[in-house]
Design a protein around this ligand. Structure first.
Ligand SMILES: Cc1ncc(COP(=O)(O)O)c(C=O)c1O
Length: 378
């Protein structure tokens, strides 16, 4: 046991937090960072200038608390989402992680349960444990898909208070059909389950993929969560949001910290939304690189999952950790999500994607007959 762990264990930490590890994707200094599904394209110069001007203006009023209701931001997010959303349907916080945490604070907690379907976003169980909510793992098929029938049956059996559906799913990248959301919502009727559809990567979906925003009218237990970290290239600014019935946002007002969205965060988000078209222009480029990765990995004999996101989850690797390390040694950091035979890579700029594909090709061809690193492992 390390000295630090020893010291931690001497503290009167909550029993349910003892032995847990914090969220911790590696933050390493390497030339090509493709491990946490960031938008690899920087902000266009004129958008950066607009944000700096807005932040500078907001700084003149920093002696005062910010608008607790972030009214302008809610109006702008509602206009961006469309689907008949208005200010009262919108809530925002410091990243969608905080939005999800607030939902658990309001609807989860001791004696309550939250359910999701691994492999999925690794923060769901951590957010559950942080709020004293018991976490239930649902099951997917062997190819990581989730059908409406299976998801609904599992929700009916487990009767959770909260269900997380991640679409497109992290780490697999694939979007869920709306039939899954509808079936889970209906199955959650008996336990009055809050159903969250985490659409952090929605903007990267293939054309024609529907959003669960369509299902919101008449479904007061349904929440669609989104973020400006991915398509808007603002991961560093920490802005996430949701759309739901107005009474859901009223529930979140009971648990949010006063003035939780700083004036600087609000100014940044408002300026970015005023330039949404310019920021989202890179989404098409990223989708192109994503599709290129899928095609080239397939040509290499690997098995990428269909991706509606800005990353690709791929299998067919006999020794994924060795490949991950080899890529890192070549200056390319991707993600080992701990699933046998698989790795996950974020779509980069054209040059970054080329660096990843070249390094991977070289690693695979170093192996016997060019294939010892590729096997039937799934
Ligand atoms: C599925 C999913 N949801 C939510 C988040 C959280 O994003 P943020 O807190 O930056 O909005 C992430 C981040 O990677 C994610 O992959």
């Amino acid at each position: 046991m390390t000295e630090q762990l020893d010291k931690l264990n001497r503290l009167p930490l909550r029993d349910d937090l003892r032995g847990l590890s914090p969220y911790g994707a590696p933050q390493l200094e390497v030339p090509v960072l493709l491990n946490v599904n960031e938008n690899t394209h920087g902000l266009p110069g004129h958008v950066r200038e607009a944000i700096v001007a807005a932040v500078s203006e907001a700084a003149t009023g920093l002696n005062r608390y910010p608008d607790r209701e972030f009214t302008e931001l809610r109006d702008r997010l509602a206009a961006y989402l469309g689907h008949g959303m208005g200010r009262d349907n919108i809530w925002a916080a410091n990243g969608s992680n905080e939005v999800l945490q607030q939902i658990l604070q309001a609807f989860g907690g001791p004696g309550r349960t939250a359910m999701s379907f691994p492999p999925t976003y690794s923060m769901y169980p951590l957010l559950a444990s942080g709020t004293g909510t018991a976490y239930l793992s649902g099951k997917r098929t062997d190819d990581f898909t989730l059908t409406a029938e299976s998801a609904a049956a599992q929700v009916r059996d487990a009767a959770p208070n909260i269900v997380f559906l991640c679409s497109p799913n992290n780490p697999t990248g694939t979007a869920l059909g709306l039939d899954v959301v509808e079936a889970v919502y209906e199955a959650g009727e008996a336990s009055s389950a809050i159903v969250i559809v985490d659409e952090a990567y929605a903007e990267f979906s293939h054309t024609g993929t529907p959003s669960a925003l369509e299902l919101l009218p008449g479904r007061e237990r349904l929440i669609v969560s989104r973020t400006m970290s991915k398509a808007f290239a603002l991961a560093g600014a920490r802005i996430g949001y949701l759309a739901a019935a107005p009474e859901i946002t009223d529930a979140l007002r009971l648990v949010r910290l006063p003035y939780h969205l700083s004036a600087l965060t609000q100014a940044t988000a408002n300026a970015a939304l005023a330039h949404a078209d310019a920021l989202l222009a890179n989404v098409e480029d990223i989708k192109g690189q994503r599709d290129r990765i899928v095609d080239e990995l397939t040509a290499l004999g690997l098995t990428p999952a269909p991706s509606d996101s800005n990353f690709v989850f791929f299998g067919g690797l006999a020794e994924p950790h060795r490949i991950w390390q080899g890529l890192l040694d070549a200056g390319v950091l991707i993600r080992d999500v701990g699933i046998p035979g698989h790795l996950r890579v974020t779509a980069g700029t054209e040059a970054e994607t080329t660096a990843f594909l070249d390094a991977l090709r070289a690693l695979l061809s170093q192996d016997d007959a060019g294939r010892a690193g590729v096997g039937a492992a799934h």
